[in-house]
Design a protein. Structure first.
Length: 168
């Protein structure tokens, strides 16, 4: 799936409460913080920086305002990595199309509102997102398949969470 590949594993996404902007801490299976998503507050369009715990930016998330529907793009080193668009298919089951640079397409589908969905590459499950693994508010798990691009999958999960929370 490109640069940043080779990971896989279970992560815990936790939205930082009482923050200006959309901030997230991402912990590995051992409970160690490994990534931080810094939501830039007070901007006309959403912009988030996906960083490691040393402050190095690994990806950027930018809202793109289009006439028909909102779209977010994920960038790595200034280059477009993926575009996430919402495609409504039913009241309680939503689908998000993730177009990855280089031709790959992923699909996130399930009960997105309750953080119970999968990200798939055709028939292959790339990641499972579930709130049932944790009982803490604003916390959910992301289980990523080996060989997948962890940063890409986690960044797309943040985008889906934001778009769902905003009622888009």
């Amino acid at each position: 799936m490109g640069p940043g590949t080779g990971g896989g594993g279970r992560y815990r996404m936790r939205q930082k409460l009482l923050a200006f902007g959309d901030d997230y801490y991402i912990e590995n299976a051992l409970g160690q913080r490994v990534y931080f998503v810094d939501g830039k507050a007070f901007r006309l369009r959403e912009h988030l920086a996906f960083k490691d715990m040393h402050g190095n930016e690994l990806a950027a998330i930018q809202e793109r305002v289009l006439p028909i529907k909102d779209t977010y793009s994920v960038y790595r080193h200034g280059q477009a990595l993926a575009t996430v668009k919402k495609a409504l298919i039913a009241p309680f089951r939503q689908r998000f199309d993730i177009h990855v640079a280089g031709g790959d397409s992923l699909e996130a589908q399930g009960n997105v509102l309750d953080h119970e969905y999968e990200i798939r590459d055709g028939r292959r499950r790339v990641a499972e997102v579930s709130k049932k693994w944790f009982r803490v508010a604003d916390t959910y798990g992301v289980d990523i398949a080996p060989g997948a691009d962890d940063v890409l999958i986690l960044a797309c999960t943040v985008v889906i969470d934001m778009m769902t929370a905003e009622g888009r």
